[in-house]
Design a protein around this ligand. Structure first.
Ligand code: ATP
Length: 194
């Protein structure tokens, strides 16, 4: 029997937005994935924990983003381990737990070009295949090009950073995040001060 093909979308998700949903769905369609697991990072090595929204709030927002989406699931593996969540350790653990699954790791173009800074990247590229989201006409620059399946999607220029700004200044966020996320952010005043 063919192995199940699972895409992992790791992120801080502070907050999750439609850019994340679009890249996950494009990866499903273009790479024939069976499912995508959204994997919030407990303690992102690339970002200072300082100022990152609490894990339980980010988990709740991811749930509210993928809630009724067939084929999108939440993975809390990085919260089940102590210490910083390095992708290479997470993927080793996932592969051991699920020998019947072929894993792909979905990343945006900015992350593709920063791959050389990831911890133990030479090991990581040997155990999983990356799916890199490429904007039309743009060529990636990376020493790991032969380890990346590049898929083209229209680029949507939104980021969590932009959304935190918009929430803080009461600017429009409708359609940028799901209504359920918007309500959660507003009720809990997640970004009022940052
Ligand atoms: P921040 O602005 O806080 O850095 P972010 O919007 O980049 O956050 P993350 O949760 O850090 O969101 O991103 C998870 C993954 O999604 C990363 O690989 C990132 O490159 C990718 N990504 C985020 N936004 C987009 C987008 N609009 N288009 C394509 N990829 C994206």
């Amino acid at each position: 029997m063919d192995k199940q093909r699972i895409g992992i979308l790791g992120g801080t998700f502070d907050p999750p937005h439609i850019g994340h949903l679009m890249m996950a769905q494009e990866a499903v369609e273009q790479c024939k994935l069976d499912k995508v697991w959204f994997m919030p990072s407990a303690s992102p090595p690339h970002k200072k924990m300082n100022g990152v929204t609490a894990g339980n709030d980010r988990i709740e927002m991811v749930k509210r983003t993928i809630d009724d989406v067939e084929g999108f699931k939440l993975s809390l593996i990085e919260f089940e381990r102590e210490g910083p969540s390095y992708t290479v350790d997470t993927m080793k653990e996932l592969k051991e737990k699920h020998p019947d699954i072929e894993f792909f790791f979905i990343i945006g173009g900015d992350s593709v070009e920063a791959l050389h800074t990831w911890d133990r990247i030479d090991q990581l590229v040997e155990i999983i295949t990356f799916i890199g989201i490429k904007r039309p006409g743009h060529e990636f620059e990376s020493p790991y090009l032969d380890k990346i399946i590049a898929i083209e999607t229209p680029l949507i220029g939104i980021s969590s950073t932009m959304l935190r700004e918009r929430f803080r200044h009461n600017k429009n966020t409708k359609y940028y995040v799901t209504d359920e996320v918007r309500e959660y952010v507003e009720v809990n005043r997640l970004y009022d001060k940052r």
